[in-house]
Design a protein around this ligand. Sequence first.
Ligand code: NAD
Length: 353
Amino acid sequence: MSLSFHYAGSPAHIVFGEGASQEAANWIAKIGCRRALVLSTPQQKSDAEALAAKIGPLAVGVFSGAVMHTPVDVTETAMKVVGESGADCVVSLGGGSTTGLGKAIAYRTDLPQIVIPTTYAGSEVTPILGQTEGGRKTTVKGAKILPEVVIYDATLTTGLPVGLSVTSGLNAMAHAVEALYAEDRNPISTLMAVEGLRAFRSALPEILATPGDLNARAGGLYGAWLCGTVLGTVGMALHHKICHTLGGTFDTPHAETHAIMLPHTAAFNGVAVPELLQPVAEIFGGSVGGGLWDFAKSIGAPLSLRDLGLTEADLDKASQIAVENPYWNPRSIDRPSIRTLLQQAWEGRRPEN
Ligand code: NAD
């Protein structure tokens, strides 16, 4: 075997442990900051206020306007609060939407970010920012965007609704599945991807059975860290491209779209690279797509694009957009094959391979 790869480790501090968010003030001080603005969605405002109270004199306020897909107008409103408060860092408490706002602020100001994730989306460990303006979502990548400190604390995630836990976990798993066949994969990304899939294989059924189980919740966050890290280090392909198209064009919900598409995109690419996706078949049992579909079904995940309100005409449009700009994928892509794949996902059929 000839081994050849490039590997770059992330410079971020990863702090993992039950109750670790109690140390937020220490981390603000450790990175040389004194004026933290705490960010959240409107739904998590009271949690953000409680965190700000815990941070004490190092917190200068709370901005609780974060929403999905990081709209630029929300960022501009938040930027005014950053300016008025004299904040010298942000603390993002929440899922990918709140992390996205913190990244958007850091992209414009280079302020350091401390992220305390409460979903499994994985954005906290990537240097990627997706923003929307005028109905268009664009993505930027860069060192300023990568958060400096990430604090994973399972005690803050017991309230994540089970349905969202399931779809968010499958969203993270999609990062790992695509990392296994990424063109620029390396031995570390593959190890992390396999371990991330194993973590979710154990944690999601346990979370479903006992949402308040801190060990299960820690397993979910451990999987999120692993799967998010590979999303941040290697390139994604067909799966992320299709989900981006569906979310961007039809405004389908982010995590659900990933959850529904994953078995189908994995089955499609599994035809081309069965050896690279073999760990997926081993972890989930049976075939690559069939095993993922059975697992998703067993934990009550949504299975059909039809249930998200898409029509068959939307699938025609999506398959056209998905092949417009060429990108790397382990299996060649054409419009009819993508249309067939979308049809299966729309009907919610179990993939055969
Ligand atoms: P989200 O952040 O929108 O959260 C969904 C809802 O759940 C929100 O109302 C939130 O307040 C609430 N919530 C979150 N944690 C909770 C908890 N523990 N208890 C109770 N309620 C809680 O959803 P998400 O799926 O985490 O993030 C989706 C966004 O993240 C999308 O905009 C997506 O594009 C982005 N994303 C970006 C990257 C990246 O690398 N740039 C990676 C993954 C996702």
